[in-house]
Ligand binder design. Sequence first.
Ligand code: NAP
Length: 204
Amino acid sequence: MKIAIIGSGNVGGALAQQWIKAGHTVLVGARFPLSDKNTALASIIGEDRFTDVASAVAQCDAVLIASPPTAILDIIESMGDVSGKALIDATNAVRQKPEPYQTVYHALVDKTGANVVKCFNTTGFENMLNPDYGHVRLDMFMAGDSDTAKDLAEQLAKDAGFENCYDFGGADRVELLEQFAMAWINLAIFQKMGRNVGFKLVRR
Ligand SMILES: NC(=O)c1ccc[n+]([C@@H]2O[C@H](COP(=O)([O-])OP(=O)(O)OC[C@H]3O[C@@H](n4cnc5c(N)ncnc54)[C@H](OP(=O)(O)O)[C@@H]3O)[C@@H](O)[C@H]2O)c1
């Protein structure tokens, strides 16, 4: 699969590495493709993967959004036509809303004709780089109204090493999924458990 990553920081960088390992073609779409901030990632995945946002998106069928939530209107403008593509929103707007929207998911649905899913937001980037805890692999979660985008997100979660990707429900569960991310932030950071903790669903 050809995947464009918009936002090459902690989350975008981790998933870029995992998806390349899984055999996908990954391009990074950036405002400043070979800036100092991108040097470390470029030395791992290759400078030739870095381009501008519009060019990365035009060449790919799937797009990961891993930017600050407040950048989304600017990113939507930079992406160009994304109708028919799958957009994966990994952002959390729990502390910073992309006004006038509640979440980036809602902005993407309103402003693009794309298939949108919220996924890869409920755990720390270290867990995206390595979801394997030896005896168990972490799970991922997703929400949104597009079955097409959900099928793709589920596959990409498994390709990144997560054991399962569970469906939280439709667009009316997107904010709940962001609250779930807040639960991870609470445990890892505010309750001082550390960032090497993650969610696993068990059932009987
Ligand atoms: N950190 C985590 O563990 C974690 C986990 C789950 C979800 N999240 C969510 O994922 C998102 C990204 O977090 P992060 O920690 O990866 O952030 P980060 O390391 O600060 O990276 C953000 C990236 O977004 C890019 N960016 C900012 N404005 C942009 C624009 N207008 N156009 C294109 N690119 C732009 C930045 O590039 P330049 O500034 O160089 O252009 C940078 O590469 C956030 O919404 C966060 O809440 C984070």
